[in-house]
Write a protein that binds this ligand. Structure first.
Ligand code: ZN
Ligand code: ZN
Length: 355
């Protein structure tokens, strides 16, 4: 593992040779399992439970429960520590240059990265700034721009907040113990891989990006669906963009967390847009495809106009009340618009393993 030279505020590699600190898993207090409420407690002590039955005594265990025998709690293996009861306080950041194959890694253990106060917080919260370390690694391998392989939206590394009890005036051993706790919180994803290019990538421009997705939909004979859905909790809208098999059902659940169209486009990767496509396409009607000329390039997309039209479809024309949402669907070389409405509810009886 190549370790870059230290730079401002970063003491890279200082603790590499020291023993790796392990901390007790906070999720299970080191027990390797947790005691969770049994699912039978959702419905109270009754055999048949209705989802909208307000009179059920939630929290009370079903006395003949096959899972908890009426106790109300069940032991679950702790996934945070993979049932070891301990978590490793180590985060490894690796930067790879896709053009040259050069690779460098930084080892983040307590005492390596100098904590900084969170901006505009009056010194109340502290965190471990990992962006300078990533920039150092990028400089070592000659990378100009990079993305996190699994979290493309986090080019500055994960946000590692220190516990409130961490104070700069405390002795080093106490500070490092708190830093170990914070770093161990990332141990489920303790190795972050960043893939970079020597040249700086141009910023993603939303309209061009949407045009590219439309073109991809044309080539794959899929629909590109741009969707805004009403959120029950906040009465706001959540935006998503995805591919769909033409004729497939509209998913019952909203996906995506973007607040507007531009964010939805720039935060959705090609893989995200394809996610779940197969499952949702199972009941889609078959289509006969013939080989022809490649489809023409889609015309430039006017994002403002598209967003305004979808927003307009989120309101009922006749009553002015909000609909369940709206979609714009790119199919056959043009946009099709539709409002969404809630379909009727059906009663489903499902058997639980609780007996
Ligand atoms: Zn139970
Ligand atoms: Zn645990």
């Amino acid at each position: 593992m190549a370790v870059p030279a230290g730079a401002d505020g970063v003491r890279v590699g200082a603790a590499l040779m020291a023993g790796l600190p392990m901390v007790q898993c906070r999720s299970c207090d080191g027990l390797s399992f947790t005691l969770d409420p049994c699912r039978c407690t959702y419905g109270g002590n009754q055999l048949l439970v209705s989802a909208d039955d307000e009179s059920r005594r939630a929290g009370e265990a079903y006395q003949d429960c096959l899972e908890c025998q009426g106790v109300g709690t069940v032991g679950q293996p702790c996934h945070d520590c993979r049932q070891t009861g301990r978590r490793r306080a180590q985060l490894v950041l690796t930067m790879a240059n896709l053009d040259t194959g050069a690779v460098a890694s930084g080892n983040v253990v307590p005492g390596v990265v100098e904590p900084e106060p969170w901006p505009d917080d009056g010194g109340g919260s502290w965190y471990l700034p990992l962006a300078p370390l990533l920039r150092d690694l990028a400089a070592v391998v000659g990378v100009g721009s990079w993305t996190d392989v699994r979290q493309p939206g986090e080019p500055d590394g994960p946000l590692v907040f220190l516990p409130r009890a961490w104070r700069p005036e405390h002795p080093a051993s106490a500070r490092e113990a708190r830093e170990a706790e914070a770093i161990a919180g990332e141990s489920n994803d303790g190795w972050r891989l960043y893939l970079g290019r020597a040249a700086v990538a141009p910023p993603r421009e939303a309209a061009a990006e949407l045009g590219r997705l439309c073109r991809m939909a044309n080539l794959l004979c899929l629909d590109l669906v741009v969707e805004a859905r009403s959120l029950v909790a906040t009465a706001g809208l959540t935006w998503a963009i995805r591919f769909e098999v033409p004729g497939g059902p509209v998913p019952a659940e909203a996906r995506g967390y973007a607040d507007d169209l531009t964010t939805a486009i720039t935060s959705t990767t090609d893989l995200d847009a394809c996610s779940g496509l197969e499952e949702r396409g199972l009941t889609a009607p078959a289509h006969h495809l013939t080989i022809g000329e490649p489809p023409p390039d889609p015309p430039p997309v006017d994002l403002d106009q598209l967003e305004r039209r979808i927003l307009a479809d989120c309101l009922d024309l006749a009553t002015g009340s909000p609909t369940a949402g709206a979609q714009a669907i790119w199919r056959d070389g043009r946009w099709w618009h539709t409002s969404l409405r809630t379909a009727g509810t059906t009663e489903v009886l499902s058997e639980w393993s609780t007996g």
